[in-house]
Design a protein around this ligand. Sequence first.
Ligand code: ADP
Length: 425
Amino acid sequence: RPQIPPVHVNEQHTLPKSDEEEDISAAEISLLQKIVRKGLVENKHDIEVQRKDPTSPLYSIKSFEELRLKPDLLKGVYAMGFNAPSKIQETALPTLLADPPQNMIAQSQSGTGKTAAFVLAMLSRVDPKKDYPQVLCLSPTYELAIQTGEVAARMSQFCPEIKIRYAVRGEEVPRGSKLQEHIIIGTPGKVVDWGVKFRFLDLGKITVFVLDEADVMIATQGHQDQSFRIHKLLPRNCQMMFFSATYENDVMEFAEAIVSSPVIIRLKREEESLNNIKQYYVMCRNQDEKYSAIANIYGVVSIGQAIIFCHTRKTASWLAEKMSQDGHAVALLSGELTVEQRISVLDRFREGKERVLITTNVLSRGIDVEQVTIVVNYDLPIDLHRQPDCETYLHRIGRTGRFGKSGIAINLVDGFRIHQYPKAN
Ligand code: ADP
């Protein structure tokens, strides 16, 4: 097992600023998704590939053996329980491992196997006989860098000769020394310090450069400029790998500024189908009516589990407290919890220890709990301008009825004035 210096994940996570709205950063959501995810996200779409030279062959693999990896690395892949490549890995891996190296921009939803793909590429590109950094991976935050490092450590568990080092806050290097580890995984600020200011590593010797979670990266102040500073010092023939969960214009502009002549692969997001979800609403004149609606619903949740979404943290904790006082077993998940606390709440819910989970928007995306059959919107989602937020609504009710099961969504509608609604024919 490679010796990675221990780093402690005990830092206090930044609290959302206001009590009104949940203000969870893209990086936090991404981290939470990574930690609570238990396996691959399925996707039936075909991969879209764009490349400069359409005549150059593009391979796709159906097994990890076809990649001709070092046996100890293949052993590590199987030890992680990966039997066959995921959809994105089938297409990305042959290109990432090809000789001569090719640049790649890959985009697919979180959970589809991007990290595992580039970590495998990073590990197989290392020449352990050379004792200097050859592979550099930039992640947007400390916690995300640690997640990637842990995947690298597990995958290389049978390759003790490969050394990995974190370049994140809290890590120190004595002045004047040179790093000897082969792989550096870090945040842009620290890598600028180490590579540009103190020259602990020679960026001119990097052969593989990975930019992970590029969409989260550009959402973070200053990260884009620091990435450009690092990029400028990399050798011309350095292989560039760029990964993102989304494909917005600003992400693609960033990608194209960093990655020349890339093979671009995209896996479209699987649409959430609402066919098997029944949607209801209950008109409630005031909080009391909302509360009795909730209490009634609680009474009938005998199969499966329910998630209740509230607009503010204040409502969520008020509701959780009131329901507990009335003898209902409920769990509360909101933004003021640390990542560790959130995971433990979700784990308990997943194990069925509580049948009802009360939350704010933290949980509206990405996290699957199979047994959820009822989603309740205690408050209907609205955006910052207090307009209906349809996307969040779809994400929320999509938490139920997953994997082809049927689900129910119940909306508690309040603050209405009947005469404002257009008359139905
Ligand atoms: P992404 O980086 O796109 O979010 P990850 O690489 O983190 O996706 O993979 C998501 C989850 O699926 C992780 O739990 C990972 O261990 C698992 N996983 C990745 N590749 C495979 C595979 N080929 N077979 C089985 N599980 C996989």
